[in-house]
Design a protein around this ligand. Structure first.
Ligand code: ZN
Length: 339
């Protein structure tokens, strides 16, 4: 198989989150000859029943580990191909990345490079279950090259996310006698108005933090004082979340309850000489690794703008370029580690 054929074979194995078993088995079978030819080792690491991460390494330790996720978002779309692109679910997020990483590693091994690992995990599209599992089991890696579609540019940073539910409680009454009740909706909209006035910081690399009130619901009828109301808010973080959390508590000031649902920190990543850079807004598995697999880098072929769409595709030239870039980065980082 060449890198295009491998990409298509991977796309054609449906692996929507929670259903990664078949693609993991395929990758095990595909990597086995590479492992035996170059004296590596291959592991299936159980994350949940029928859900396995795949880890292969060559050399004493995986100084540089190339890693991405095996799961995709729904719906499944079979592969097709034209002169320029490979299309289908996961073409860029991340089946094409898996294929480029494997081809890069094969070429590195053939050239005598060791200290290389390949790690493919489950669950990135939902809750990073596979990456969290590996964070508990580091293998002495110094550098992690995480693959997501960045147009083959090294991401210097990504915005984080902070999601809250804001819930207000009140007391029902006939709306003709509001003094007998306590409107949860009135309290909530006052609190939300103050939340919208919270100044968001701007970071010189990541740009401004942003706040969105994404949902709003509550109440029972026009003539009933509302006894409950709630809203979901999402903040895109560009730095420390502590001042924003404090400002949220001050803005709400007891009028509602603030429930933190999820926090993913903003990321700052380093550059490597000679590789073009970018900044991305999406989140990745990198925070879940918590630094346990070494210093992270984020780069991969394809565009995030077509990932998760029905038009998902990856340019063939980008796949070939990624095979070169991954080799160059792995060599560079292995050299850096040996100094
Ligand atoms: Zn992805």
């Amino acid at each position: 198989m060449n890198v295009f054929e491998l990409t298509r074979a991977l796309v054609d194995i449906e692996s929507i989150t929670n259903n990664e078993e078949r693609v993991a088995a395929f990758l095990c079978g595909y990597l086995a000859p590479l492992v035996s030819r170059y004296g590596g080792s291959l592991e299936r690491i159980e994350v949940e029943p029928r859900r396995f991460n795949i880890f292969a390494q060559w050399g004493e330790r995986p100084t540089v580990t190339l890693s991405t996720h095996m799961d995709t978002v729904p719906p499944f779309i079979a592969s097709r191909e034209d002169g320029d692109h490979i299309w289908g679910r996961g073409a860029c997020d991340t089946k094409g990345i898996i294929a480029s990483m494997i081809f890069a590693v094969e070429l590195l091994l053939a050239a005598g490079q060791r200290g290389i690992g390949l790690l493919f995990v489950v669950g990135e599209e939902r809750n990073s279950a596979g990456a969290y599992r590996m964070a508990r089991e580091p293998r002495g890696a110094r550098f992690l090259i995480n693959g997501e579609p960045t147009g083959n540019r090294l991401a210097l940073g990504s915005k984080g996310a902070l999601r809250y539910e804001v819930a207000a409680a009140g007391k029902m009454a006939h709306s003709a006698y509001p003094e007998l009740g306590d409107s949860a909706i009135h309290k909530l909209i006052d609190a939300l108005a103050d939340i919208r006035r919270i100044p968001m910081p701007t970071d010189s690399l990541l740009g401004p933090g942003t706040l969105n009130i994404g949902t709003l619901s509550g109440g029972r009828a026009p003539n009933v004082i509302a006894d409950e109301a709630r809203a979901d808010i999402m903040i895109r973080l560009v730095g420390d979340s502590a001042p924003i959390k404090a400002a949220l508590a001050r803005a709400v000031n007891g009028r509602a309850e603030l429930r933190e649902i999820i926090e993913i920190p903003a990321l700052r990543l380093n550059a490597i000489e000679g590789i073009p850079t970018t900044v991305v807004a999406f989140t990745t598995d990198i925070p879940a690794y918590g630094g346990q697999w070494g210093e992270p880098f984020l780069i991969g072929p394809g565009s995030i703008h077509v990932a998760h769409t029905l038009e998902e595709r990856v340019a063939k030239t980008e796949l070939l370029e990624a095979v070169e870039i991954y080799q160059r980065m792995a060599r560079h980082l292995c050299n850096r580690a040996s100094k």
